[in-house]
Design a protein around this ligand. Structure first.
Ligand code: PMV
Length: 340
């Protein structure tokens, strides 16, 4: 058996705009998906996921992932998660040049599905790493990121950026602009996550932004302004990258990162991807004294990310109607982790 895990992430800045070539800065967090893979003697794939749905599920199919029966998989988000597992299996078969390989796969995840914390990227990254290693091929984290991106693009019909998959594969804070992906040196940030218990439909939300952008020139300007926020924010996070932040106190820089997150949230809201519960959590965090707060990921429901070194935001979120769970998130410095 081969076992790999990969982290989820929050977006400090830049989701949605990254789809149009603007930069984005996601940051990996210590909430992981773990995928265990055992090669089989036949070409069947059997997937067991105890915590991807309330009851968990097991599905088995033969040969090509195209042959997987829809009926055996719980609907909605879990069906979508199965799409990523199928795509990861195809990538592993291709990477190891073993088109007929079969696997028993177990997926465990601490990351809520479709909530803006990169659950699908984490499952895809850990799945490709474990399945290729099980077949005797070891890929670099960058090569896994590339294959995971191709897998996500296939599932999301081309509307995916490299941000989630690269961040999950290499860990830490990263900067992604088109095909240019690299790690950046970010300080340890006091990240707090609020989760409304729901999820957004990434495909629909991305299409909504596209429609708005095609209809109104100023929506295209909004996307570019998000890019400007990212370019300003990344210099605050890593002032050594150029000399712009030299001499500015670290706490002041984190406070300014918070201001920019607020700005970024306002623009995402104007692009139609926030929701009442996301806005309530953002406001609760701001009123509790957070440096800043914004939705993370595709939006529509799911999670917000706030910066607050004190316990105030965490406490306030736990009492906010519409917030189902709030937790402090550690930066994950490791990306894909090889456990067995
Ligand atoms: O909700 P998530 O974690 O899948 O993030 C989606 C981020 C988008 O920018 C909206 C799409 C993408 O692929 O970058």
């Amino acid at each position: 058996m081969t076992v790999s895990s990969a982290p989820g992430k929050v977006y400090l800045f830049g989701e949605h705009a990254v789809v149009y070539g603007e930069p984005a800065v996601p940051c990996a967090i210590e909430r992981r998906a773990t995928v265990s893979v055992t090669a089989r003697d036949d070409d069947h794939v059997r997937v067991e996921a105890s915590d991807l749905s309330l009851d968990g599920f097991t599905v088995e199919y033969a040969g090509s992932t195209d042959d997987r029966p829809d009926v055996d998989v719980p609907a909605g988000l879990v069906e979508a998660a199965m799409g990523y597992i199928d795509a990861a299996v195809e990538q592993a078969r291709d990477a190891a040049d073993a088109p007929g390989a079969g696997f028993d796969i177990t997926v465990e995840s601490e990351i809520p599905l479709g909530a803006g914390l990169g659950s699908s990227a984490a499952v895809t990254v850990a799945g490709i790493d474990a399945a290729t290693r099980e077949l005797g091929t070891t890929l670099s984290p960058e090569a896994i990121a590339d294959r995971a991106y191709r897998a996500e693009s296939a599932v999301q019909k081309g509307e995916a950026s490299r941000a989630d998959t690269f961040c999950s594969a290499v860990g830490g804070a990263v900067r992604v602009e088109g095909d240019d992906c690299r790690r950046i040196d970010a300080p340890d940030l006091p990240i707090v996550v609020g989760f409304d218990g729901g999820a957004g439909d990434t495909g629909e939300l991305v299409s909504g932004v596209r429609a708005l952008k095609e209809r109104y020139g100023f929506a295209a300007d909004t996307v570019e302004t998000i890019g400007d926020i990212v370019r300003t924010g990344e210099r605050l996070l890593d002032p050594d990258a150029d000399d712009s932040g030299a001499g500015v106190d670290a706490a002041d820089r984190i406070a300014e990162v918070g201001d920019l997150m607020n700005f970024n949230h306002g623009l995402l809201e104007s692009l139609g991807v926030s929701s009442r519960s996301l806005d309530s959590m953002v406001w609760a965090a701001r009123e509790a004294g957070a440096h800043g707060a914004k939705l993370t990921g595709a939006g529509g429901g799911g999670c917000i990310v706030a910066l607050d070194p004190t316990p105030e935001t965490l406490t306030a979120l736990r009492f906010t109607p519409g917030c189902e769970e709030a937790f402090r998130a550690e930066l994950a410095t490791d990306g894909v982790r090889r456990l067995e």
